[in-house]
Write a protein that binds this ligand. Structure first.
Ligand code: IPM
Ligand code: MN
Length: 362
């Protein structure tokens, strides 16, 4: 018998719905570990609002250390009204998530989106636009742009520097083209090159990488304002969408919403060594936290992405993905995707988790 493979995972549930959806992931990982003979060593640490409340800072040193000693980070969600009065760098989002992204150089944010006909009632798009479903991936640069450019907050002005360096654009462009190579051979680059110098520069580097390294891939360019419209009218035309940090942030929320619910969308933030932080695209949703109604699929799907991208455990990852599909096909839907149509049954967070596990173990 081959030795049991061991993976260390830093589990940072955070605040809001984070802890309750993470509970389901832990159950799923236990099931996967049994079935695929994998050993997961989970180290749970505080982050975000939960860490502020417990020890007064959003990203405690012990948490960062636990992440450094792990093979991957499973991240829940952070942020909420309770901590909005704090200065930005002490808030859960800016004080925890952004430093984690920067510290581990997680420059590539991969956000797959899509919808199968089963969920077409849950999407705000018309059935004729959804057609036979659509699937595309947003590749968002995650460690540059206005997020990390010099910031000034003075009495009579505020500014955030939008800046991209050549190597930052090159490496994210390669991630997008490589994904397209294994997909439908098309990259849509999204920028605002009609106005912004940063975008003109970005576009020229994307074109250079395309011409030199990926000439066989189709490359189209869209301005961000136009792109948000095109996604609503012809979602099936997109394969890989490449964007900077800010535009990618906007596009990925739109992508998540047209896919049925932001509660469904997983995301991977990885560095050049494929070390990654895996988190749902959605936020902490404090208004529904603790009610047991949050959709755990985004968090469970993030764990599947971790197994695939950081650990190369493709079989285990597919087993989770398939189990999610089977559960949805069976009509079990959490409140965010429930439409009260025939064959649907509204389920809680834990019922959704249990059903996915049952399908994994089948
Ligand atoms: C996301 C979130 C974050 C971002 C926030 C919470 C800082 O919206 O992961 O998309 O803007 O990147
Ligand atoms: Mn966002």
């Amino acid at each position: 018998m081959s030795p049991q493979k061991n993976y260390k995972i830093a589990v940072l549930a955070g605040d809001g719905i984070g802890p309750e959806v993470m509970t389901e992931v832990k159950k799923v990982l236990a099931a996967v570990s049994k079935k695929f003979f994998l050993d997961f060593e989970l180290k749970e640490s505080l982050v975000g609002g939960a860490a502020i409340d417990a020890i007064g800072e959003p990203l405690p040193t012990a948490t960062l250390k636990a992440c450094e000693e792990s093979d991957a980070i499973l991240f829940g969600s952070v942020g909420g009204e309770n901590w909005n009065s704090l200065p930005p760098e002490k808030r859960p989002e800016v004080g925890a998530l952004l430093p984690l992204r920067k510290h581990f150089d997680l420059f590539a944010n991969i956000r797959p989106a899509g919808i199968s006909p089963i969920l077409k009632n849950s999407s705000p798009l018309k059935p004729e636009i959804i057609g036979n479903g659509f699937h595309f991936t947003v590749v968002r640069e995650l460690t540059g742009d206005v997020y990390f450019g010099e910031k000034k907050l003075e009495k009579d002005f505020g500014s955030d520097l939008m800046i991209y360096k050549k190597n930052e654009v090159e490496r994210i462009a390669r991630v997008a083209f490589e994904l397209a190579r294994n997909s439908r051979q098309k990259v849509t680059n999204v920028d605002k090159a009609n106005v912004l110098a940063t975008s003109q520069f970005w576009r020229s580097i994307v074109e250079e990488i395309h011409a030199k390294e990926f000439p066989e891939i189709e490359l189209e360019h869209l301005y961000i304002d136009n792109a948000t419209m095109q996604l609503l009218t012809r979602p099936a035309d997109f394969d890989v969408i490449l964007a900077g940090n800010l535009f990618g942030d906007i596009l990925s929320d739109e992508a998540a919403q047209i896919s049925g619910s932001i509660g469904m969308q997983a995301s991977a933030s990885i560095n050049s060594k494929k070390f990654g932080l895996y988190e749902p695209m959605g936020g902490s949703a404090p208004s529904i936290a603790g009610k047991g109604i949050a959709n755990p699929i985004a968090q469970i799907g993030s764990a599947a992405m971790m197994l695939e991208i950081s650990f190369g455990e493709t079989e285990a990852a597919s087993a989770i993905e398939d189990a999610i599909q089977k559960t949805l096909e069976g009509g079990l839907l959490t409140a965010d995707i429930f439409t009260d149509s025939a064959g649907e049954q509204k389920v809680s967070t834990s019922e959704m988790g249990d059903s996915i596990i049952k399908n994994i173990l089948k």
